[in-house]
Design a protein around this ligand. Structure first.
Ligand code: ADP
Length: 452
């Protein structure tokens, strides 16, 4: 996985760890080298001071050198004359420094020497001239304590580095999570905002930070969208409402004309016009119902509904249509099944399903309406027919508005593609579910399931 593909939280944490790693490394190196040079400078200062004392003693003579070794704090020094060693301390004889063979280095000054055994010394050398002789004075100091201190400092810094990185990782992850937490709130709320729930708004924890500003910008957009949606819904509701009055007027004028006309051709024309007026009126009614449903303005009243009685009523209401097509409409109604729902909406759903059953089933076909209580549902209503059924690739879409499988045939039967969307709304508003299922042996079954 590439870094660019990981979450912002992970990326922020990694950047934080990398930056802190570089800072800790630079800081450790600075601490190590400054401590090192301070310790070495201190050592040099000490040896230079000791060299001064030994030089004075060398100029004064051997006894003075002996006194310096015995009573002073300088233990490692050697004085060379022209003929060889003039004086060397006991510690010098014992220490590994004598293996360095410092006499071979002719020049004065200071240097560090390390033996293959790991023994390491800081050495200062100077030449002392008296009236009758010339001496070379060499003072040494064991460097090992300084090196040991530096080693343990380096070890501490090295061991501390992964610890610091681990702390940076945990701390960075927690901090990034805390800083990004408003985003999670915004994301989960944004997922809830749909066309039906445009009144919801994203949470704004702090209007002055980046997330707050982003949420405010989105909220303003949602407000504008909601405004447009509301206007559109109001327009549909108003338009369909306004259409109903002139349509009713056309219908009554047409009926009067039909009664008074004696011309057969004219009567047929008026008859067709009246049929189209009825379809237009039904369409306007359906549109008004959907517009009210969308804006949540449809009046709903929950009451205890006797399912068998409700289906019986709907069947009675539609009976004439079935008779007209010589279709058999049978009922299998379990009594004593009650459900809490809006009676009018549920009745509308059943009527729409029965209407489709008679419309799409051929003359002489068979339609069955059943009511039963079946756990875990409280109630199931099914309308089955022996019609053509619904091809698989249309099953998801038949509940969409204005969706018709065969627009040509549907307009013959008078449908505009709103019947099932209204039925689905009417069932869902009562917390139920409307589903299609192919009927065994051909045809369709539409099932309304009401939860317990
Ligand atoms: P319409 O007003 O055109 O009937 P619907 O929303 O009620 O619209 O139905 C959508 C489409 O589903 C219809 O065009 C029709 O093709 C199909 N359909 C609905 N009910 C049935 C049924 N019982 N049998 C076969 N096809 C159906």
């Amino acid at each position: 996985m590439r870094i660019a593909e990981t979450s912002v939280r992970t990326r922020l944490t990694l950047w934080h760890v990398a930056a802190l790693g570089i800072i800790v490394l630079a800081f450790s190196a600075t601490v190590y080298f400054s401590v090192r040079s301070a310790l070495l400078a201190q050592l040099d200062q000490q040896i230079a001071h000791d060299l001064g004392i030994v030089r004075q003693a060398a100029a004064a003579g051997a006894y003075e050198l002996y006194e310096t070794e015995e009573h002073g704090s300088i233990s490692l020094f050697e004085v060379l004359g022209k003929a060889g060693v003039v004086y060397k301390t006991q510690a010098w004889s014992r220490a590994a420094v004598q293996n360095l063979d410092v006499s071979t280095r002719p020049e004065d000054g200071s240097w560090s020497s390390t033996l293959p055994t790991g023994d390491s010394y800081r050495i200062h050398a100077a030449t002392v001239r008296t009236a009758d002789d010339t001496f070379r004075v060499i003072v040494a100091e064991d460097e090992r304590p300084v090196r040991r201190s530096l080693r343990s400092l380096a070890l501490t810094l090295l061991l501390g580095f992964p610890g610091a990185l681990a702390l940076a990782l945990v701390g960075g992850y927690l901090l990034a999570g805390k800083a990004l937490s408003p985003i999670n709130g915004i994301v989960s709320k944004a997922q809830e905002i749909t066309a039906d729930r445009l009144s919801e708004r994203l949470p704004v924890d702090n209007p002055n930070d980046e997330f707050g500003k982003l949420a405010i910008v989105f909220n303003t957009t949602f407000s504008r969208l909601q405004d447009s949606f509301d206007r559109l819904k109001r327009f549909t509701a108003d338009a369909s409402h306004e259409l109903r009055t002139p349509l009713t007027a056309i219908r009554s004028i047409g009926e009067v004309a039909l009664q008074s006309s004696t011309d057969q051709a004219c009567r047929e024309v008026i008859g067709s016009m009246l049929e189209e007026t009825d379809r237009l009126r039904a369409l306007a009614d359906n549109l008004l119902m959907l517009a009210r449903a969308d804006s949540g303005m449809a009046p709903l009243r929950r009451e205890l509904v006797d399912a068998a009685l409700l289906v019986h009523e709907a069947v009675e209401y539609m009976h004439a249509l079935f008779e007209e097509k010589r279709q058999t409409l049978e009922m299998d109604l379990e009594t004593g099944v009650y459900v809490e729902a809006d009676r009018t909406a549920l009745r509308q759903a059943i009527i729409n399903l029965l209407d489709n059953a008679t419309k799409y089933t051929a003359a002489g076909g068979f339609v069955l309406a059943t009511v039963r209580s079946e756990k875990p549902a409280a109630m199931i209503i099914e309308i089955s027919d022996t019609g053509p059924g619904i091809p698989e690739d249309h099953r998801d879409k038949i509940f969409d508005r204005f969706y018709r499988i065969d627009p040509g045939r549907s307009s013959e039967t008078g449908g505009a593609g709103l019947g099932l969307s209204i039925a689905r709304w009417a069932v869902e508003v009562n917390r139920g579910r409307l589903q299609f299922e192919p009927r065994p042996g051909g045809g369709s079954t539409f099932r309304i399931t009401m939860p317990a």
